[in-house]
Design a binder for this molecule. Sequence first.
Ligand code: HEM
Length: 493
Amino acid sequence: MAALGITVALLVWVATLLLVSIWKQIYSSWKLPPGPFPLPILGNVFQVDLKNIPKSFTRLAERYGPVFTLHLGSRHVVVLHGYKAVKEVLLTYKNEFSGRGEIPAFQEFKDKGVIFNNGPTWRDTRRFSLTVLRDYGMGKQRNEERIQRETHFLLEALRKTQGQPFDPTFVIGGGPFNVIADILFHEHFDYEDKMCLRLMHLFNENFYLLSTPWLQLYNYFSSYLRYLPGSHRKVMKNVSEIKAYTLERVKEHHKSLDPNCPRDFTDSLLVELEKEKHSAEPVFTLENIAVTTADMFFAGTETTSTTLRYGLLILLKYPEIEEKLHKEIDRVIGPSRIPAIKDRLEMPYMDAVVHEIQRFINLVPSNLPHAATQDTEFRGYVIPKGTVLIPTLDSLLYDDQEFPDPEEFKPEHFLNENGKFKYSDHFKAFSAGKRVCVGEGLARMELFLFLSAILQHFNLKSLVDPKDIDLSPITIGFGSIPPHYKLCVIPRS
Ligand code: HEM
């Protein structure tokens, strides 16, 4: 009898929990944009394909329109699809939607640094970092010189392969890695240096793992999955190792700091730390500086490096495009002078190819998640504070009105009928608004200068018939990850 009583009580308890959960979901989503009906606890997890969430968003947008709601885990997620909705959220509602949606795999960085900061220190950390980066040569000329200096090392590393097949990941990665290492720590690494290879491996592995289905699930259901074994633990371990490295560098810098003569980005932030020493709520603690430099290091290396690596694979598939690039380089730069940014004005084809690589590879398809910083009325809906917003970037980059045949790689997407470079406002690979990528200027410069220098000195040789090269990413999530491949680079003269 007692057992029956307990069973009935348990059943009533579970039924009440379910009802409360359904009621909460219905009540709190009353004025949210439309979307598929959520199941209790699981929400809409069955409506998204964890192997390709960006594609699921496109499919759902066809049914529910450019602004729709999903319930994933305990979160409301409002997805923005297409030029108008994405631009409105990023630019018209730039303050209201400038928060950062949580990414649980980066728990250790939460509300510190820039990228994963949704706390009160984000604004000052970002603003000051941008100022320093500009002063410290993020602007134009000094960065150009910095990249040009690094180009010699990159070309040397490529020469060392002696025309033999090699995996480009960490050879090409050495360029962007050293450019940002110089900005952050005034440091240069040999391309075979153990620490350099270790850090590049951590960045690369995390970018890959963050783009796998398990991590998509983990990011929405971390409160349930946190205690299970799985690759989320690896990501978090890697994040810790990266942070331990930058913290060590920051502490070293602190010991030898001369506030009158900052050597690099880290020193400039440490000068602020010294100024704020007696403040009750300092922004620039050692911890915050370590996370900020880790943000820059990871974002500054992996994105540009993956874009270059993917770009070379695309050129292996389309040798006729590579040939046109060689011709343009020979005409404008010649065989020996180091490429410069001013050359871009006379190299519309290279400019278009770089843009088309970024459009086609769609590196961060769903953008980074934003969050509402306050209750906001938007297109007649009410978006409560804390709601996650996803201003999808692939919906702009793959817009078939703006870029006919978006699935095809066509530099002509960025060329007019006279062969001049054609600007497109749909090109938002770096996002826009208050959270726009801090490294956009640097990345664009690196892509143009490194790619021009590589093709100035080498012909690319594929190990397989170009027709058999499959350009599809091996996994899509946080990023679109290119297939592994090897190539040969053959000196041109
Ligand atoms: C091809 C290269 C790159 C691409 C495609 C890219 C793309 C992006 C995207 C889509 C975002 C999210 C923007 C948003 O939340 O709306 C972002 C943020 C960010 N990027 Fe980049 N990025 C690149 C290179 C870099 C480089 C070289 C650096 C460092 C120097 C960098 C540093 C950052 C930082 C710090 C943020 C966070 C901004 C914030 O939350 O306020 N990125 N990037």
